[in-house]
Design a protein around this ligand. Structure first.
Ligand SMILES: [Zn+2]
Length: 315
């Protein structure tokens, strides 16, 4: 769709496609700037900032719910440095799962269909009522993280239950840590698990000024709009079964039929699913590389036509 637009400069006919593409183009055009060093934010602060400044803005709707137990007392004020920046999301109940099987409270849920998890919100990483720790996590802690894997699997089963009408149930989940993020995917129909590589979030563009990396913008746009933009697994990918169906066979009915979003008791501690052998997914990177190439070419082209116009005016 993007390639079509940039090569021919025509907006897609389909209304939903057009709206999605406009979101991306508008975001690129405005050039969102963050006036705070991301390294100075806690991981949770960074995750909320991303929901407000990146994921929400690229999505069709900018509603999101932040786990109400995350320590933060400033109601609707964003985690960035701009005191007048308000959050388009709110604090609330993000519980998901079923007490009979895996359940938990993800950091953020965007539009009821995408989990964004902060490395800091992992079980045991902070005690309730205390300030979020300032310790930075190693970025490779994200990769193959059992807690995020658990959330990804649960959420795919939940989407299958809530939206049986969808063509596929390949559901992403974003993990944020150390100025980068990864995207994990699970397909609860074919038992396939995929993980992206690390995607850098920012690049400096002045003193205490940061803009989002093109790779982050594109990967986020593809991920937050997966309902519309993802066509599911390819036939080749369907062969990469991860073995969860077998592992959970005794409780598979619970996963298929009784998972909930919201109102899941927090009291019962629950071990995460085991770390599984991951299939490294290259499709996001391949699409990105192609798109980034085109965007750079377009930027140059726009600069040229701008200079041409100035030349014409001065003549
Ligand atoms: Zn902000």
């Amino acid at each position: 769709m993007v390639i079509e637009y940039l090569s021919r400069e025509t907006l897609p006919e389909d209304k939903a496609d057009r709206l999605l593409l406009e979101k991306l183009l508008e975001f690129k055009k405005k050039g969102e700037i963050i006036y705070i060093d991301p390294q100075k934010l806690s991981e949770t602060g960074l995750t909320v900032l991303l929901a407000n400044h990146l994921f929400g803005k690229l999505s069709t709707s900018n509603c999101f719910v932040i786990d109400k137990d995350i320590p933060w007392g400033k109601d609707d004020q964003c985690f960035c440095d701009n005191k007048s920046c308000k959050m388009t999301g709110h604090f609330g109940d993000t519980s998901v799962g079923n007490t009979e099987v895996w359940h938990g409270n993800p950091s953020i849920i965007i539009n009821n269909d995408l989990i964004v998890e902060s490395m800091e919100n992992l079980p045991g990483n902070f005690e309730e009522g205390t300030e979020a720790p300032e310790v930075k996590v190693e970025s490779d802690v994200l990769s193959g993280n059992a807690h995020i894997i658990s959330e990804t699997i649960i959420f795919s089963f939940l989407q299958k239950k809530l939206h049986p009408e969808r063509n596929h149930y390949l559901t992403p989940c974003i993990g944020v840590g150390n100025s980068s993020f990864i995207v994990m995917f699970y397909d609860s129909e074919h038992d396939v698990f995929l993980e992206s590589s690390h995607i850098p979030l920012f690049r400096p563009c002045g003193v205490n000024k940061y803009e989002f990396d093109d790779a982050a913008i594109l990967a986020s746009w593809l991920t937050v709009n997966y309902k519309f933009l993802s066509s599911g697994l390819t036939e080749e990918m369907k062969t990469f079964e991860c073995g969860f169906f077998k592992e959970a066979q005794e409780k598979i009915k619970v996963y298929e039929e009784t998972l909930q979003l919201g109102n899941v008791a927090r009291i019962v501690p629950v071990p995460d699913f085991r770390k599984r052998s991951l299939q490294w997914s290259s499709f996001i990177e391949e699409t990105e590389t192609e798109l980034i190439g085109i965007i750079h070419r377009e930027k140059k082209r726009m600069k040229h036509s701008e200079t041409d116009r100035q030349d014409q005016r001065s003549n």
